[in-house]
Design a protein around this ligand. Sequence first.
Ligand code: NIG
Ligand code: FE
Length: 390
Amino acid sequence: MGSTLITRIGTLVTNDPTLGDGGPLGRIEDAALVLDGGTVAWAGRAADAPAADEVYDAEGRAVVPGFVDSHSHLVFAGDRTAEFNARMSGRAYSAGGIRTTVAATRAASDEALEANLTHYLDEALRQGTTTFETKSGYGLTVADEARALRIAARHTEEVTYLGAHIVSPDYADDPAGYVALVTGEMLDACAPHARWVDVFCEKGAFDGDQARAVLTAGMARGLVPRVHANQLTHGPGVQLAVELDAASADHCTHLTQADVDALASGNTVATLLPGAEFSTRAEWPDARRLLDAGATVALSTDCNPGSSFTSSMPFCIALAVRDMGMTPDEAVWSATAGGAAALRRTDIGRLSPGARADLAVLDAPSHVHLAYRPGVPLVRGVWRRGTRAV
Ligand code: NIG
Ligand code: FE
């Protein structure tokens, strides 16, 4: 693979504050990029660009780092249209709906699960997502959780063990027995296929003590924790995540001041998932409050058939700007560099020399249009590891 010069970029977002305007986005106007060997070799003003084997003329369009979707649930079968319809007629969201997807997922073949996964991955790629994390959590047996992770691992290195999504219906009368399974035999089968361990810490799912048991057992097997925390109610999830130095506390919809302070002082990224609030008609997470306190904020889709059936990072950016108090600059940073931070990655989420050459060309002169033109398919081209993918 030879080098590629992408030239005549309107606004280039590098997320490298040492470049361009010196802000967090490291914006360069009238810019160019050189990609070589799957990484960014050079970024700067188009007038100063070195030569390359191939040239792509961006004709004034914006280029942003490929979106890093650090939270999705894509190994599933079936859908929950009826549940969504009922919600839009006034019924509340509850974790119980997960059981519907568990039944459909258990009944599906490996081939059907993988075909479904690749369908949504292609959909996400066309909208500029170049890295995604995904989870198990719709199997809830040893064999079904392990196969979900094996299937996911064929498509991403960011695989999360979520055996503790809800108590398996098979253990409805024995939640302690289910936690023992998740931290014992199921963990043994799943740990080799995953990087992360996650738990849904919530009323109707797992309480603080159970969540701690799940996370610490996973950590003892080398998995790094991330937590579904404070989505539906106030609870111990955020504090637990920070205490265990989890990479991310996800949802963060219902936060006390102590939760905000904990996120601002620790290493744990607050990953906000506006697709979930949109699709459950819940109150929005307060991104402004978290940012003003000094927390690191990521944005992700939470793509799943129950609470957030969108694979679109641009849609999440638009919601975060409209309803969560973020500026367009902050939302674009959170959907790229923020997601990378939530995955503890430094090779993605930025477009400066040495970074992976993952990027999206927008049919717009600047990244602000991602929020300014909601619902419009603005992603015109996608490069992944230096190769054009869309
Ligand atoms: O992140 N909160 C828990 N898990 C998912 C919902 C899964 C479902 O409803 O199927 C979430 O929103
Ligand atoms: Fe989730």
